[in-house]
Design a protein around this ligand. Structure first.
Ligand SMILES: *Cc1c(COP(=O)(O)O)cnc(C)c1O
Length: 426
């Protein structure tokens, strides 16, 4: 078989929370003057903060969220990359969890639907969030549309002008998209007064979005990195557990790419949880990042700011510094300077290992994969492909056939201009 589908009625009804199964407590956020937590408490939906520190292993997916999962394309299939297996020498089996099959084309809608639902529960007038390249903003905009609530998206000014397609996507969903710094908020106006050419940054956009929510009875939506966001995205891994049973294979390797870490964690944690509970870790967990933002392989495990502006509390994580200015890599979703605390803890314990690959190498694989499998991966997703080659070579050396499960986090159909630039397509 090539494709493994769950029936809609088989879609799991619970998210999985890894916290109670971890070998040690997750380090708490550090908030030196107490202001950041206070702000978050006011800006973020209350249920999300409760989930952030929950020790319940399974949390029921609210019925309205469950229904909307189905509307946007869940459950997603697992697809066997048979031709790519052949290309790599037939020593490995590759199963891809196709998060690219959702309406927004990536895994980000999985948590956006939960965040927006909980904002609505708190009677917010609107939701606000930041976005860099635009995938997260698109997911929040779609989630807001399906929940009949307004979305205000603060998009890093340079991307706003350089990458109009995701902005159009957000506007098609009815969101208001503001370049950040924005003259829509007092904070943004202040920055623009000082420097009308301010290109913006994710940190500034976070401040813009959070301040706008606080001042106008909205709720601020924080994506990736935080425990609750990973929790909501585990729907993908929960499905994959059932789908891998259908295949009759058990993955020896679970791989995926890391921006803030939620994509990889969402797929890996439900599998890893089984092993942590049995105290027997037999699978190999490998996460990949971008060599241009090498927090995975060159980061330090310490408390650092979650955002450049220092509005959010400090988190203990692998980081190359909140003030690290990444080169303008196209895999916009991998630019974050640190790794989610939950995933960092597992890296620190040696349970999850990591690789960083250059854009050049990853994009060559993207083109190869497109030619062979006929599916164009997102630039971010392409950073997981070199691991497949590594595993295949290892399998050939040891004469052991290996099974790999990979999070196929998104498709690249809105990123073709980036591929064209980098690969010299004419
Ligand atoms: C955002 C994004 C990522 C990175 O996700 P994190 O959850 O932040 O690690 C990976 N792939 C795609 C396609 C993305 O849009």
């Amino acid at each position: 078989m090539i494709r493994y589908d769950l029936k809609q009625s088989e879609m799991p009804r619970k998210w999985y929370n890894i916290i109670p199964d971890l070998p040690e407590e997750v380090p708490m956020p550090l908030d030196e003057n107490g202001e950041a937590m206070e702000l978050l408490k006011r800006a973020v939906p209350s249920k999300i903060l409760e989930h952030e520190f929950s020790h319940e292993r399974y949390i029921d997916i609210p019925e309205p969220v469950y229904e909307k999962y189905m509307m946007v394309g869940r459950p997603t299939p697992i697809i066997r990359a048979k031709k790519f297996e052949e290309y790599l020498g037939n020593n490995i089996k590759i199963y891809m969890k196709m998060e690219s099959y959702t309406y927004t084309g990536s895994h980000k809608i999985n948590s956006a639907l939960a965040h927006v639902y909980y904002a609505k529960q708190d009677n917010a007038d609107f939701v606000s969030s930041e976005t860099g390249a635009g995938q997260w903003g698109a997911a929040v905009s779609l989630a807001a549309a399906l929940n009949n609530i307004k979305a205000h998206i603060f998009m890093v000014r340079t991307s706003y002008y350089a990458k109009p397609y995701r902005k159009f996507q957000m506007e098609m969903y009815g969101a208001d998209v503001h370049p950040s710094p924005s003259d829509f908020t007092a904070y943004g106006k202040e920055l623009l007064k000082k420097d009308p050419e301010n290109p913006g940054s994710l940190g500034i956009a976070i401040s813009d979005a959070m301040k706008y929510a606080l001042e106008n009875n909205g709720k601020y939506i924080a994506g990736s990195v935080i425990n609750a966001d990973i929790l909501y995205k585990t729907i993908a891994g929960q499905e994959a557990l059932l789908q891998m049973k259908m295949t009759g294979d058990d993955p020896d390797y679970i791989i995926g790419v890391v921006g803030g870490g939620s994509n990889y964690a969402a797929l890996a944690f439900p599998f890893l949880g089984e092993e942590l509970r049995e105290n027997n870790i037999r699978r190999k967990y490998i996460a990949a990042g971008s060599l241009e933002v090498p927090k995975m392989t060159r980061g330090v495990y310490k408390y650092d700011f979650a955002d450049t502006a220092g509005v959010l509390p400090m988190l203990k994580m692998y980081t190359i510094g909140a003030d690290f200015i990444p080169p303008p890599v196209f895999a916009g979703g991998l630019r974050y300077h640190a790794v989610a605390p939950l995933l960092s803890l597992l890296m620190h314990r040696g349970i999850v290992s990591s690789r960083d690959y250059s854009q050049e190498e990853s994009f060559k694989y993207a083109q190869l994969f497109s030619k062979i499998e006929g599916y164009i991966p997102a630039p971010e997703t392409s950073h997981a492909l070199p691991i497949l080659k590594e595993i295949a070579d290892e399998a050939e050396r040891t004469h052991e056939k290996k099974t790999v499960l990979v999070s196929f986090s998104g498709h690249g159909l809105l990123d073709l201009a980036n591929y064209a630039d980098a690969l010299g397509l004419k």
